[in-house]
Design a protein. Structure first.
Ligand code: SRM
Ligand code: SRM
Ligand code: SRM
Ligand code: SRM
Ligand code: SF4
Ligand code: SF4
Ligand code: SF4
Ligand code: SF4
Ligand code: SF4
Ligand code: SF4
Ligand code: SF4
Ligand code: SF4
Lengths: 360, 397, 397, 360
């Protein structure tokens, strides 16, 4: 490319957000008094000055072509004075400063097939990661899982209400670039077999000490003879961290890679403190394109939550109230050896009490 | 342009109600300026769907001149079959705080990306960046020159500060206890060098939430989580409380009974809060935004250490400063950050996050070395075993 | 006999309302058959009070022929000043289950101890034994001969089974869900060899509680804690419930509101329990013993592993068998114990308690090797990280 | 002693408890229907057969001379048909099978100065250990602490009521032979300085590998030159476990040994599951014979509990409800670096939530 390039700048940081705030936001910055939910994808924020901003939220696959971004811009130009924002969960928000602008905006969005919703006690967009679309580390696909699950649950995005918000997430490997470890219901790609060591490549690609140190279970030790490393197979729990550090230890295994489901996490401080997600299903097969086993398990969990939870209870709060033994009963999920913690804080999760509910 | 590869499995994911990423890739394959990227992405992805395995290789080191961060190198392991994605690097562009855009700015980015990349993006990455998804090595410099000349810079990657991000905060939320957007912007600017040139033991993330609702998930996903809070009494508008009651809110059941500290009472006419016992969980405010507002002395709680489960299990951030005013020029905050980094620099091992380091060395050691006073807000409960340390000055000789 | 040593500090502890151990030692010093023990104990103890340090040396190995356990050797580090306690060994005598005595039996023990020891005791040691406190090496055999010929045997010490003990159970408590005294007795008899001849990696304690009230603190202080429980519905006598109500018990506030599983309701006339949700915490039964009784299918929950904080922090026992009938001849129970000991024998390090071993090897490994099925009652919550193991049969080749 | 000894028996085990049960107990064994508390030291158990047993409980210093045991026997002979029992917390229980026998029994006990009480929502006897009376490992005395504390709190044994039972315990070192780790309020003897190594004795008295292994913080390593061990002083937290294993490493230090106070533990399953005790005061001086600083701290904690707890709340339940930050406030105890966990499960105790109460 022999073209002439513009003058390059460095360390300028992002543009100041101020340049991008719609006038009603800029004028009422820090002055918002309250808000009201007006529908599954519509809310209004009212300022101390009396000004109001209506927000319409629509779903996005997150993976967007520039063509689609231009479509979004077109709508924003037409209805929102050329401003638009994304949420922290990758939805798109269109804002207008006058009630009269709401209906035309919503109509156009509907006409163009956008899914309006995600506000209130619903399922919002699914935080997720790269998967087979871009990552070398992925034990499953992320976008595909999201699509498969949300095609099933979309009503909870755009219409039906739930006891409280239910935050879904997907991470395609245990690096957990999605918010899996603190989500109401989440999927994570997992391996079931140890990495294979490509001894001839280790020398060139990997630093032995950091490879050894990368293993959470100390399964890896140097193999001086081979100028490589060896793995104590029975100590490996397939986390793939060694592969992150040393590309010569591939762990992907199409037959045995799959998806685990974790539940009961949250990050908000409302009522109960933030909670970690806990293992609900240790492994389900990778069955693209629709992962029916995973979708089915997620639905079971969600249905049990809907049936059992009280208003405003998050999934984790509901489970804490009824007890995990009961969770397995009401979801019909099987309790296995894999559910029992044997990692860092294992002891804290064992039942050091004589109280539990009968479930069999 | 017609599609190059058959994708029967992916085609399934064009069906169904929820927006389809497959449609997006196809759209780029059909309409992008450089359609080969998306065309072959479809092909390779279909192969992954068939074989149930990723076809990306472990990343190599690629980037733009003078930067050590901001580009994720990516190569196909089947480049012969899918030459369009033989290289498929990602450029992380630092988004504006709060994720607000003018369409003009967006279109500029699209223009650049259409020219120098696949025309595919993630809006946004999990850390918050604009992800420009897929280009080849030789396009990187040009893309960067265009981006930076239009006012955009790269985000973080590698063992560096990662792109700080925040909730919508004072821009559109009545509960923001400090200016999350400004704090994010200033932090990003202050640490440009640390963001672009990896020199830490591992990554370091900042996330700014305006209140304990934590709409940016900072407590789970940021090495440093700054969460707005207040001192003093929740501001109550009793008339509005009664309005909520009369418009159907069961205040006893949906508010008072769910207060975790049991510090509220409601007699059908007046709502009382014993603020001394309130832990600012936000539940009552969320139920009655028109009637309740945070107290007037506002600032933030600083928490440290969250991360994903590798290596010793996931961490959430924990309180290290119960209350700090978060106001420009943020000197107290930046100085604290720098003291923490010094501690990390001195003691941290390669690939050891700050939270893991503190866990290894001991939270008390950290507090002493960084110069923070112990405070009961730092713990859920005191230790249970009697195995603690004393220093020379505690000992009688 | 007059007191040999001045004890101004200890004398302080003769004052005050609560029974005084100093008075006891003085009484022995003044009246015992072998007063030198208590006399010099007073002297040495006063010295400890003055100097704020113990004057006992690390124990040596002493005992009775054929036994490796039951005697704690103890020597003074100032024997010249206090020759009466140059040796001051303790004999642990296995108490009867439930701590019931006839005065005749007690007097026999007193007679023997007056003759062969200091005349001082602990009723009882923390594990449950009758502690005969202080004698010299040459008296041990004689004391033992007399004790054993009168039907008493030694308790445990060292790396052995320790004296099993129990709450008063069915002897005087309406809540006992199995016979704690008989279980204690039978367990003690079954494992006589393991009790008297240390051959384990470390100590192993049994405690038997008749119900989840746990009046023997088994969950905190026994490697194996057997806690009575039931299946089926709590037996309710509604008339008695109403009697409690009319005699002033606020059933809503003191019972229903404190039920941890929120499974009770009270309409002022009838108490309802949703037994499916009850976790058998015992609170309601304790408030209304006349009205509520445990369900009729009775047995015990078996828990494993509690101990004091050395080395990695204190453990409480955790559920390994949700429900076991605890009935003579206890074969299921003894077989389980033996399987557990095999596992411990095979894998345990020196001075590694069973709980610590399981923690080191993993609870799932323990379950698999000992042949117990995983059950959700074994955990408070499932693991949070995704780092678990699979076996060959779980893998597709 | 040239006397002739009786024939020695081995492995006979304890006498069968059956021989020692009072008739009313034997006859109604397993048939008890309910009980009623009739006073601080008096309760009655009623059998399905209609039979009743009245129990009078009295305090004991646990350390008893045979002379005192004989006194107890005398009373039991006179009033209780020659039967008596001890409780699991070392109190003495006298039982009678007829209401008419209660008063004479209680009168005699009172006359002879026994302290009647310990039943119900009170402080019962203090579980404790050997201390300077018998143990080489003791960092404080046990019996003395118990006496000093109970002289101050005895009213809660024989008369005053509390929100619920308050279980006190003392252990004279961190081996914790008392139930300190799960008690409402407990004292434990602690060291503040590392052991001293007597190198010439190590060879004879100690096994190097087990000494090295004994250290929870891996502070000990072999010192091959000296055929002994060495301690990394800054890693030692003075637990004394090495001394338990190797007598050549004495750790007692009169100036710096002292008493820690832990609170909030329990073992019963009522309402909340069993709880571990947590550190309230890391160190107070050994100040025999009356340990005023310790007694004062215990009283503060108890007074705050009485003032703040709801009926049936154990100390730990009360603290959990109000929060530990508040506990430090209402007791006025100082929060120090030592309170912050840095041991095995440290992470689980740090405040991973944005919610806490203001206390300053
Ligand atoms: C727009 C957004 C902030 C942004 O900067 O983008 C936002 C905006 C609001 N959040 Fe949020 N939250 C947003 C992400 C979050 C997150 C972060 C996440 O999901 O990763 C959380 C934490 C989730 C968790 O705990 O796991 C979050 C937990 C809440 C909650 C707490 C719900 C609970 O009971 O736990 C509230 C309060 C409520 O709904 O009652 C809340 C309330 C609100 C309010 C009402 C605040 C306000 O007064 O404006 C806003 C609209 C509510 C709504 O969408 O229902 N927001 N909110 C984010 C929208 C994401 C989306 O597209 O759906
Ligand atoms: C792009 C992104 C996922 C996405 O689709 O959005 C991502 C992608 C990768 N992450 Fe991540 N992480 C991304 C956000 C996160 C987050 C979430 C967050 O930042 O809020 C986490 C969890 C929080 C945390 O930091 O712990 C996260 C935890 C990890 C980890 C585990 C780190 C740990 O200490 O536990 C790794 C492993 C590593 O660093 O080697 C990792 C590594 C990776 C790598 C670089 C793979 C690797 O091993 O080299 C991925 C490159 C994928 C690719 O080909 O593009 N990524 N990663 C996110 C960054 C986009 C952005 O800049 O906006
Ligand atoms: C006598 C007694 C205390 C008392 O005054 O009642 C006692 C006394 C000793 N215990 Fe203990 N333990 C006594 C019950 C306990 C208990 C409570 C229980 O059994 O319910 C515990 C806590 C529960 C547990 O087992 O963990 C207990 C946990 C320890 C430990 C720590 C063990 C551990 O694994 O953490 C040690 C240290 C050791 O074994 O080296 C220990 C060691 C000792 C030694 C043998 C000291 C030593 O290091 O060699 C003490 C001898 C003192 C002496 O001179 O008489 N003692 N010890 C108790 C036994 C009397 C009896 O047989 O009835
Ligand atoms: C006699 C004794 C059993 C024995 O075999 O010796 C016993 C006997 C009874 N206990 Fe207990 N407990 C006895 C030690 C315990 C222990 C063990 C300990 O303290 O080491 C506990 C567990 C303490 C803990 O949780 O830390 C214990 C926790 C209880 C509770 C639970 C209180 C709570 O709310 O947590 C009850 C129920 C109640 O009082 O409401 C109870 C209730 C009872 C009842 C009412 C049971 C009954 O129906 O007969 C008995 C009389 C109550 C009383 O003393 O107030 N007993 N009780 C023990 C007397 C010890 C003493 O001298 O004080
Ligand atoms: S979760 Fe794993 S596979 Fe997915 S993007 Fe992150 S590192 Fe890659
Ligand atoms: S996959 Fe994980 S557990 Fe297995 S060897 Fe690699 S780092 Fe260790
Ligand atoms: S975290 Fe608080 S301030 Fe920020 S958007 Fe959410 S509710 Fe508003
Ligand atoms: S913020 Fe939370 S703790 Fe405070 S009064 Fe409201 S509900 Fe209660
Ligand atoms: S543990 Fe249960 S059965 Fe045993 S004495 Fe206590 S209340 Fe009674
Ligand atoms: S035993 Fe406990 S859980 Fe069961 S009904 Fe009674 S109070 Fe509730
Ligand atoms: S607690 Fe320590 S000092 Fe006290 S008896 Fe037990 S081992 Fe000895
Ligand atoms: S006292 Fe404890 S921490 Fe110190 S060296 Fe000995 S065993 Fe280690």
């Amino acid at each position: 490319m022999a073209e002439e390039l513009p003058e390059r700048q460095t360390d300028i940081g992002p543009p100041h957000y101020n340049k991008f705030l719609p006038p009603v936001i800029k004028d009422n910055y820090g002055k918002w008094a309250y808000h009201e939910e007006l529908g599954p994808g519509l809310m209004v924020h009212v300022s101390e000055t009396g000004a109001k901003v209506w927000t319409v939220r629509v779903a996005s696959p997150r993976l967007l072509s520039t063509a689609s971004i231009r479509d979004i811009c077109e709508i924003a130009d037409k209805h929102c004075g050329g401003y638009v924002r994304w949420t922290t969960r990758n939805n798109i928000e269109f804002m207008v400063d006058d009630e009269s602008k709401v209906e035309p905006l919503m109509n156009e969005l509907k006409d163009k097939g956008y899914m309006i919703g995600g506000i209130g006690r619903r399922i919002s967009n699914v935080v997720h990661t790269q998967g087979w679309v871009h990552c070398h580390s992925a034990a499953t696909d992320a976008s595909g899982l999201v699509k498969a699950v949300m095609d099933e649950l979309h009503e909870y995005f755009h219409s039906k209400e739930l006891p409280n918000k239910v935050r879904l997430a997907v991470a395609c490997c245990v690096n957990m670039c999605g918010a899996v470890h603190c989500s109401d219901i989440a999927m994570v790609g997992v391996h079931k077999t140890p990495p294979r060591i490509e001894h001839d490549k280790v020398k060139n690609l990997c630093e032995i000490p950091s490879t050894v140190a990368s293993c959470p279970t100390s399964a890896i030790s140097p193999d001086p003879a081979k100028k490589s490393v060896k793995i104590k197979l029975e100590k490996c729990m397939y986390c793939g961290n060694c592969y992150s550090v040393c590309p010569a230890m591939p762990i992907a295994d199409p037959k045995n890679d799959g998806v685990a489901i974790v539940v009961g996490g949250k990050v908000s401080n409302l009522r109960k403190p933030p909670m970690f997600s806990k293992l609900a299903v240790p492994w389900l097969p990778n069955n693209p394109p629709r992962w029916p086993e995973v979708v089915d398990a997620i639905k079971r969990i969600l249905d049990a939550y809907i049936a059992g939870a009280r208003k405003y209870e998050r999934v984790g709060e509901w489970i804490e109230r009824i007890g995990w033994e009961k969770f397995f009963k009401v979801t019909g999920l099987e309790f296995k050896l894999q559910h029992i913690d044997d990692f860092t804080f294992a002891r804290e999760t064992w039942r050091m009490q004589a109280t539990f509910k009968w479930t069999d | 342009m017609a599609l190059k590869h058959e994708t029967p499995l992916l085609d399934e994911l064009e069906k169904g109600a929820f927006p389809s990423f497959v449609k997006e890739i196809k759209r780029a394959a059909e309409t992008a300026e450089n359609p080969d990227f998306a065309q072959d992405l479809l092909g390779q992805l279909e192969l992954s769907y068939k074989e149930k395995v990723t076809h990306w290789k472990h990343g190599g080191i690629v980037g733009v001149r003078g930067y050590g961060a901001g580009v994720i190198g990516r190569y196909s392991d089947v480049p012969d079959r899918f030459p369009g994605v033989a290289h498929f690097h990602t450029i992380r562009v630092n988004m504006p705080a709060g994720f607000f855009y003018t369409t003009e700015a967006l279109k500029t980015i699209c223009d650049i990306w259409d020219k120098y990349g696949s025309g595919l993006t993630n809006m946004h990455g999990s850390t918050g960046d604009i992800i420009l998804l897929g280009t080849k090595t030789e396009n990187l410099e040009a893309a960067f020159a265009h981006l930076s000349s239009r006012g955009w810079d790269l985000g973080g990657s590698g063992s560096a500060v990662r792109t700080p991000s925040c909730c919508v905060g004072p821009a559109r939320c009545e509960w923001a206890c400090y200016d999350t957007l400004e704090a994010t912007y200033q932090t990003t600017m202050r640490f440009q060098d640390e963001l672009h040139r990896p020199m830490f033991p591992y990554k370091f993330k900042f996330k700014f939430a305006g209140c304990p609702v934590d709409c940016i998930a900072s407590i789970a996903r940021a090495d440093m989580s700054v969460i707005g809070t207040w001192k003093g009494n929740i501001q109550i508008n009793q008339d509005e409380v009664r309005n909520y009651a009369s418009s159907g809110l069961d205040i006893q059941k949906e508010v008072v009974d769910l207060c975790p500290t049991e510090c509220m009472t409601w007699d059908g006419n007046e709502l009382k809060i014993n603020d001394e016992d309130c832990n600012r969980c936000m539940h009552c405010l969320a139920r009655m935004p028109k009637a309740l507002k945070p107290g007037q002395e506002r600032g933030a709680t600083i928490l440290l250490g969250s991360k994903a489960p590798i290596v010793t299990g996931a961490l959430m951030s924990w309180v290290i400063v119960p209350f700090m005013k978060m106001e420009p020029p943020y000197e107290e905050f930046f100085e604290l950050v720098e003291r923490i980094w010094e501690f990390w620099d001195e003691h941290g091992k390669n690939r050891e996050r700050i939270g893991e380091l503190i866990e290894r060395m001991g939270f008390p050691v950290f507090l002493r070395e960084v110069g923070l006073e112990p405070h009961p807000a730092m713990v859920k409960e005191p230790r249970r075993d009697p195995f603690y340390f004393w220093t020379e000055e505690d000992i009688e000789k």
